[in-house]
Design a protein around this ligand. Structure first.
Ligand code: NAD
Ligand code: DAU
Length: 388
């Protein structure tokens, strides 16, 4: 049966909520599409889903850069809306005006260090904002039609993909992996706010039958990442010959995934995932921070030569005061998404980190534009008097 034929058939809510299918002419509300992962997702979606319409709702905070998607400004299948996910009137209007049938929810305050110095915005955007979107989707998709046992919902392949993080699971010791059934144990205001949002999203599936899927992904890296996160910050400082701050002993471990692999995984979840399910996404690529920093130093030396004083860039490494509550190790077991949806990462770390450094080298004006006055202030506040 064709996807479009399904539109007018009435089926029970519990049947429709387990149906997912190919994204043909879907109307996709992407939140936070001008951020790092959202930008990469929209580029991939335009490539892979030539008949979709994308509505990008973004508050354009310091982390959102509309220039990332400037090439679609005149494209009739793209609309950028500068607004807040907490603005219910706006969100409700978009659902109706644009007949939204798919939500890919990236919008968040995403930096752990900022959540330590100012948690309030994390609560507002990550928790209240997610609640606002879930309510808007519930009203638009289930609305007045649903009676108590869920009869009478118009069949259509609606889907709400809530994009989340592996940080909700807390910190691992030297061994073990996070699976989809690992208990939540968030330890920073950022991860606690994401955990709360995940719980709300799942509650909307169980309580209202909203077709929600949740993904929990490990650390991403790649083009368009704001230079507050480890990899772009180190690349930027290495290119400028500035000190390279490594927190604590540098032995914290993260599982790194190239951003396009994450976006491919999200498309797989949208197309083949099951409502109500959670999928862990990871790179199977654990590295200590110090290894990452040394790798970047060596590659930048290789690409543009050593520092003016003839020293290698490793000489810029400085161990600085640790992040409070710093999680020691994250590692994802991505077996479920491999088995159920056939997704696996394609880009090796060696290739991905070279591609990333090349992108920053080729896009120096992009970096110059984002390290403006407010970034300089942020950097001074975060690193100025950090000490050892
Ligand atoms: P980012 O900080 O680069 O981008 C966030 C985007 O959200 C920005 O464009 C910003 O303007 C927008 N935004 C912020 N508040 C908003 C609001 N109230 N209303 C509308 N838009 C708002 O983040 P990212 O690294 O691209 O992460 C995207 C999502 O993926 C987040 O939910 C994050 O928790 C999750 N995630 C990130 C990683 C990672 O390594 N970066 C890993 C796993 C999961
Ligand atoms: O695991 C997924 C998460 O990965 C996402 O949910 C977050 O949005 C994303 O920011 C990221 O969180 P981390 O805290 O792991 O990423 P960050 O790049 O900030 O730090 C990576 C590691 O590097 C961490 O152990 C802290 C360390 N670090 C970071 C910075 C910015 C340093 O040693 N020096 C630094 O200057």
């Amino acid at each position: 049966m064709l996807h479009s034929d399904l539109q007018f058939i009435k089926i029970r809510a519990k049947d429709f909520i387990s149906y997912m299918g190919p994204l043909f002419q879907n109307k996709i509300l992407v939140t936070g599409g001008c951020g790092f992962i959202g930008t990469n997702f929209i580029h991939l979606a335009f490539d892979r889903l030539p008949e979709c319409r994308i509505i990008n709702l973004d508050k354009l905070t310091y982390a959102g850069n509309p220039a990332n998607l400037a090439e679609y400004e005149e494209n009739s299948r793209y609309r950028l809306v500068n607004g807040d996910i907490n603005d219910r009137q706006l969100v409700d209007r978009l659902f109706v005006e644009e007949k939204i049938d798919t939500v890919v929810h990236f919008a968040a305050e995403s930096h752990v260090d900022r959540s330590i110095t100012g948690p309030g915005e994390f609560i507002r955007t990550n928790i209240d904002g997610t609640f606002s979107l879930l309510e808007a989707a519930r009203q638009a998709w289930i609305g007045q039609e649903q009676n108590q046992d869920g009869e009478g919902v118009t069949a259509k392949s609606y889907r709400f993909l809530h994009v989340s993080t592996d940080e909700v699971y807390g910190s691992l010791g030297a061994t073990g992996y996070f699976t989809e059934t690992t208990s939540y144990d968030p330890r920073s205001p950022y991860s606690a706010s994401k955990a709360a949002a995940d719980h709300l999203a799942r509650a909307y599936f169980h309580t209202y039958g909203l077709p929600v899927m949740v993904t929990n992904c490990s650390n991403n890296y790649g083009p368009y990442q704001f230079p507050e996160k480890l990899i772009p910050l180190i690349i930027n400082n290495a290119l400028q010959g500035r000190e390279l701050p490594v927190y604590g002993d540098g032995k914290n471990v993260r599982d790194w995934l190239f951003v396009t692999d994450h976006c491919q995984a999200l498309l797989a979840v949208l197309e083949k995932g099951k409502a109500g399910e959670t999928y862990n996404i990871g790179g199977n690529n654990e590295k200590q921070n110090i290894t990452i920093v040394k790798t970047i130093c060596d590659l930048v030396d290789e690409k543009i030569g050593q520092l003016e004083n003839k020293e290698p860039r490793r000489s810029l490494i400085r161990f600085v005061k640790d992040r409070p509550g710093h999680d020691r190790r994250y590692a994802i077991d991505a077996g479920k998404i491999a088995r159920k949806l056939g997704w696996q990462p394609q880009v090796s770390f060696d290739d991905g980190i070279r591609q990333t450094i090349d992108w920053y080298l080729e896009n120096r004006p992009w970096m110059e534009a984002v390290i403006d006055g407010s970034y300089k202030e942020y950097y001074k506040k975060m690193y100025g008097n950090r000490g050892i």
